[in-house]
Ligand binder design. Structure first.
Ligand code: URA
Length: 236
């Protein structure tokens, strides 16, 4: 990798500021001052800025317990972005794996690894997403069967894939879906003439929301969780 790129990727410097810092002679590689941005680094070269070692920020994988009132966007728009809840370097490189509505709470994955995201959200992966919904009206007797068979959502031309509904009480249910259509859970309950009052995501594939995370808190995924989310072993 070129030295100017390494500098901008391992610090907050833009590429042009990195070149200015290089010109000023503040950067050493293996103890020798290097001023050229085009200098090509080897893997075990030690780069220092004013005697502080620099390292590349590796790929990051996090889970966040999303509170209501935050958008799954990169920048604040109508509501603040979920990214503002993270106290993390190079936040601008991160994205959410799929989206939750502004009023939905619970598990959202955040990363800067686009390939990983793609594998998780690809419809081919058939990754379970598990939600708990509280509803305005009691569930009808046949709701499980209808969701298992698939329902036609307003404006769509194909019914939903089989989904598993589990009653928790008269107005609370756990729903497992494998698709990610726009407002899918709310629209599925709307197809029964019902209204979702609160929606919370508990799990994505093999990874459940950590019960120790309060709303707004996040943590890094363990290597096993990162792997499990893209491993064929966990999917049908
Ligand atoms: N389905 C919805 O309707 N909303 C969400 O936030 C997620 C799934």
């Amino acid at each position: 990798m070129r030295l100017d790129r390494f500098l901008s990727e391992s610090t907050d410097l833009s590429r042009s500021d990195a070149r200015k810092v290089l010109k000023s002679g503040e950067i050493t590689v293996n103890g020798e001052v290097i001023t050229k941005g085009a200098y090509i680094l080897n893997e075990d070269d030690v780069v220092m800025w004013d005697e502080e070692p620099l390292a590349l920020v590796g790929l990051r994988y996090l889970m966040l317990n999303k509170p209501a009132g935050y958008e799954c966007s990169l920048k604040n728009s109508l509501y603040p972005s979920v990214m503002t809840l993270l106290d993390i370097e190079k936040r601008e490189r991160l994205h959410t794996v799929g989206r939750l509505d502004v009023d939905t709470t619970g598990l959202i994955l955040i990363t800067d690894d686009g390939h990983w995201t793609h594998r998780i959200i690809s419809p081919k992966q058939e990754c379970d997403k598990v939600y708990v919904a509280t509803l305005a009206e009691p569930l009808p007797d046949h709701a499980e069967r209808l969701f298992q068979e698939g329902v036609l959502l307003n404006g769509d031309d194909k019914p939903t894939l089989p989904a598993v509904l589990e009653r928790i009480d008269e107005r609370t249910a756990r729903l497992t879906i494998q698709e990610g259509r726009y407002h899918q859970v709310k629209r599925m309950f709307a197809s029964l003439g019902n209204l979702v009052l609160t929606l919370h995501r508990e799990r994505i594939g093999p990874v459940a929301l950590d019960a120790d995370l309060a709303l707004g808190e996040s943590r890094y995924l363990t290597p096993a969780e990162v792997q499990a989310l893209v491993s064929d072993e966990f999917y049908p």
